[in-house]
Write a protein that binds this ligand. Sequence first.
Ligand code: GLC
Length: 562
Amino acid sequence: MSTSPWWRDAVIYQIYPRSFADADGDGIGDLPGITSRLEHLRDLGVDAVWLSPFYVSPQNDGGYDVADFRDVDPLFGTLADIDALLDRAHRLGLRVIVDLVPNHSSSEHAWFRAALAAAPGSPERARYVFRDGRGEQGERPPNNWVSNFGGPAWTRVTEPDGRPGQYYLHLFDSSQPDFDWTNGEVHEEFESILRFWLDRGVDGFRVDVAHGLVKAEGLPDADLSIDPHVDTTTLLPMWDQPGVHDIYRRWRSIVDEYSEDLVDVWGDDADRVLCAEAWVQPSAALSRYVRPDELHQSFNFGYLMTPWIAADLRYSIADSLEATETVGAPQTWVLSNHDVVRHASRFGYPQRPGLARMPGIGADDPQPDTELGLRRARAATALMLALPGSAYLYQGEELGLPEVTRLPDDARQDPSWERSGHTDRGRDGCRVPLPWSADAPSFGFGPGDDSWLPQPDEFGPLAVDRQDGTEGSTLELYRKLLLLRRSRAMGRGGLSWIDGQGDDVVAFQISSGELDTVVIANLGAADLPLPDHLTVLVSSGTHDGDRVPPDTTVWARRAHGT
Ligand code: GLC
């Protein structure tokens, strides 16, 4: 086993399979499409890919509603296609992490169908969270919890005899019933699912809703005034319950059993990894998920929610590093994913201090300043990729793709739009299929015109073939940053702050062995003179030699340094 394993500084690229590349032309991306485009990721310079779900699913929540955890949905291909993808990726030097969705299944899952057909109190119902309603006729849900997508978190079933019956819990869509993790059978099932995919050769798992599996005993009412994404103090009865950690200790021991299995592919650096999707604040609480015998990584959503304001970023970076250092884990950094407004658009709005998760954007909402957003996004990425630890990229950010803010409302597919009574535009705007070729039908996403969400005209000039080899393009910037990050071992480095540059500047040095890299991000409104002993290695924007323009990040070395 490696003493300095790959995942400690890996750059991991998220693929949302529906929207990456479509080989069969049905307008929905698929596994052969992904396999055919893996060279793009090798050339980008990432270490690993994470695939959002491709399992059998009615696709009510983009595949996060899984009906069979051990098979591929025909929309995406077959098990043979995933084997081919793994093989090709490994040959290209790319690890592959898959999504594990243990909080809930689809209502089409065989277990849930059996639960509906069985009686209250039966072992079939005990795999999910079924409860009687409150009130004389059970007319009120068992508690006041609300779904993450809006509306109540409980749905009442019709019993096999035709009468209104019990309720089942769903923290997300009503087609995503929550498992009951007090039931040993659920534990056994997921341990077996982990082994199924480990045996097939995946390099790890991203654990969906990792903070939600265990609910407080008795399912007490919750304080609905609290936003669990940003609150830093209050423990809600459905999130971050201490019992989740026992599950992760067990899973860690399982993946560790497999860390010698892929030695013919990776030599002695063959760890399989687990990364938590846990919207938990503050950082110290989140770091409990990555104690030495638990998960390897956890997404740093505090960083993702930090505005483009120097003081906020300095705080977030220092606080994040301190939290994971305390438990000996690497920190992770992320700016975009399939659940949030793309950072090229978030940063195109006026920035306000404090953490915030921005709702989806519609055509009648205020629109972002696209040019400003892209300039800041490039600077933000250059800042992020300099930080020690591991970084996650979301497909299309390497092209500088904006959020698609003018999708027709009748094209929207995210359940949040319906469940919120058309108040939350949801997450479709960051899920629009990628542009590969400016002049091809569907911008090269597939062989024909079809694309499950309409692509806007602005995607044309941003297509991969327009940016490839084009000096100053966002794609070339990402490639350069990733190359330098690797050659200067920045992900393994130590960070020391450089003070005295002004309130609107984030400046630090990353030291790794003999190499020191100075990183300066100018978030102010005026040019910042570059100290004259520095030679710029890369700039996120235009750079005339001795100044760092507004909303620009540079990496530099000292004149006599390496
Ligand atoms: C996670 C996924 C999100 C999904 C939800 C329910 O938050 O990232 O896309 O809707 O879990 O599975």
